[in-house]
Design a protein around this ligand. Structure first.
Ligand code: ATP
Ligand code: FE2
Length: 328
């Protein structure tokens, strides 16, 4: 029985995994109406909530503390102050229960939890507020086949939404407007489409959108619709290229933006056209969550990957391809 702790950004989550089954997945997120995430405020939130989330997870899973055999925690990438809360809590529990800790890479956990959907060897399109990457396993490592060169997709949606006065989180609010526009046969407004090799860039698109909104010549619905169509198409193009280069036939989604039904639909169309299969985890496993940390933690633990409390540390800038994948 492995307990997983997630605390890379605004979400504090705890999951419990046993023999590949998720027994609990409890979380709470710090949100703001205005401005971005303030790391110290998120830290306060995590500190306040951690004990409650822990107790709730034990209750949900109907397990006693002493049944836990290892504590997995998100070691990076993420915001240092937030990561530290998770690390300290992991150490506290490990000390109390006299069990080892397992350091887990957050991005790879998003990919591995996809196994629950039945995929075997996927290309992961991971799009969240703080990450936008195309990741897959190749020649002994998880490698990044494409990523954003500037801002992340969720960040693009949230920033534009704030600018337009839609509040936070912006992704779902933009999605609603875009859906309405699509039903009403919206006009597609041409926006900068920036794919460089396998990578994408969104900041030019953001500037252009802001200018278009300010000009007063466009409806916010039409801009929301065009924003989705353009930015999603860029990621579909690079994901498809990754599938083709790697000769793989499974596309897996991860990250909060992957909750978007239009993004899912566009992925589905692309997969159908190249006879690939699309896998979409349930929403609770798409967004940041403790269950994915517990799930990968258990796989690593079973392969003998565990460290002592003293060795455990955070890696705020850990790159996906830095991780030694000795559990595969
Ligand atoms: P990470 O630490 O993995 O980068 P995160 O802190 O950004 O993650 P997530 O919960 O994975 O957290 O993703 C949040 C993002 O997902 C926000 O940018 C939000 O606007 C976006 N989002 C959520 N639902 C939707 C949706 N239906 N359509 C588009 N974007 C969405
Ligand atoms: Fe994430």
């Amino acid at each position: 029985m492995i307990l997983g702790i997630e605390s890379t950004a605004h979400t504090f989550g705890i999951g419990l995994a046993d023999k590949g089954k998720i027994l609990a997945n409890v979380k709470d997120s710090y949100t703001t109406e205005k401005g971005g995430i303030i790391p110290l405020e998120a830290t306060k939130h995590h500190l306040q909530i951690k004990e409650k989330i822990y107790q709730e997870a034990l209750e949900k899973a109907n397990v006693k503390e002493k049944e836990i055999t290892g504590i997995a925690f998100s070691q990076g990438p993420g915001l240092s102050p937030c990561l530290l809360i998770g690390l300290r809590f992991a150490k506290e529990l490990a000390e109390k229960l006299k069990i080892p800790v397992i350091p887990v890479n957050h991005c790879i956990a998003h990919l591995e939890i996809g196994r629950l959907t039945g995929c075997k060897n996927p290309v992961l399109l991971y799009a969240s507020g703080a990450n936008t990457q195309i990741i897959s396993y190749s020649s002994g490592k998880y490698r990044i086949f494409g990523e954003t060169l500037d801002i992340r997709l969720g960040n693009l949606l949230d920033t534009f939404a704030r600018y337009a006065g839609l509040g936070f989180p912006g992704g779902p609010r933009i999605a609603k407007l875009a859906e309405k526009a699509r039903k009403e046969k919206a006009e597609y407004v041409e926006l900068p489409y920036s794919v460089k090799g396998m990578d994408v860039a969104f900041s030019g698109l953001l500037t252009n959108l802001k200018q278009k909104l300010e000009s007063g010549k466009y409806k916010l619905e039409d801009l929301s619709y065009s924003l989705q169509e353009t930015s999603f198409a860029m990621l579909i193009e690079t994901s498809e290229r990754a599938l083709a280069h790697l000769n793989k036939s499974e596309l897996l989604l991860g990250g909060g933006v992957a909750c978007n039904s239009r993004l899912q639909e566009m992925c589905k169309i692309m997969c159908q056209e190249r006879e690939a299969k699309l896998f979409v985890p349930e929403p609770g496993f798409l967004v940041d969550n403790g269950a994915m940390i517990a799930f990968l933690g258990e796989i690593m633990f079973t392969k003998g990957i565990k460290i002592s409390i003293k060795e455990a540390d955070i890696k705020p800038r850990q790159r996906t391809d830095d991780v030694d994948v000795s559990w595969k």
